[in-house]
Design a protein around this ligand. Structure first.
Ligand SMILES: [Zn+2]
Ligand SMILES: [Zn+2]
Length: 148
C-alpha cells in the first residue's frame, strides 16, 4: 500500500484486472509489465497487442525469476518526435538480458508492479533482437503451464 509507483509510469492499473495468462481476478499482488517495441521490432506473440502483461503470483513466479537476472537501465527519454520504443532504443546501448550491444529492433520493457522484493518497484529494460523471441517463448511456456 505504501509504494504505489504512480509517477513516471506510463502504465495504468485500473481495477478490476485479470491475469493475462490464467484470467483469474487479480488482487494487489500482481506483476505488471508494459512492452514497447521500437520501430523495427514487433511484440512477441505471448504479449497482447496493447503490450501489457498483468500476472497473478502463480503465473508471475518464473517471470520474476527471469527478470531478476536482467540488467535495468534508466528511464527512456520521452519526446513528441519519437515513440516510447524509440526512447528505449535511445537510452539502451546493451541488451538487459544477454548484454550484447543492441541496435535497431529493440523491445523496451517497463516494470511497474512487482510481487515480493526481488524486483525493484519500478524499472526499465531493453531486449535485443535475439532475446525477444527467447522472451516470447519463455512467456508461451509459462502461459502453457497455467492452462493445464
Ligand atoms: Zn495467472
Ligand atoms: Zn539480448
Amino acid at each position: 500500500m505504501s509504494s504505489e509507483p504512480s509517477q513516471g509510469s506510463t502504465g495504468d492499473v485500473s481495477a478490476p484486472l485479470s491475469c493475462t495468462f490464467c484470467d483469474c481476478r487479480l488482487t494487489e499482488q500482481l506483476l505488471a509489465l508494459q512492452s514497447y517495441p521500437g520501430a523495427e521490432a514487433t511484440l512477441p506473440t505471448a504479449i497482447p497487442d496493447h503490450g501489457g502483461l498483468t500476472l497473478c503470483p502463480d503465473c508471475a513466479s518464473e517471470v520474476v525469476e527471469l527478470i531478476t537476472s536482467w540488467h535495468r537501465h534508466g528511464q527512456p527519454p520521452v519526446g513528441d518526435d519519437r515513440s516510447i520504443g524509440e526512447g528505449y532504443r535511445a537510452i539502451a546501448s546493451t541488451c538487459s538480458f544477454c548484454t550484447n550491444s543492441c541496435d535497431d529492433a529493440v523491445l523496451g520493457v517497463e516494470l511497474y508492479r512487482r510481487i515480493g522484493d526481488e524486483l525493484p518497484a519500478y524499472a526499465n529494460y531493453t531486449l535485443c533482437e535475439n532475446c525477444q523471441p527467447v522472451f516470447g517463448e519463455f512467456l508461451e511456456n509459462v502461459r502453457g503451464q497455467t492452462e493445464n
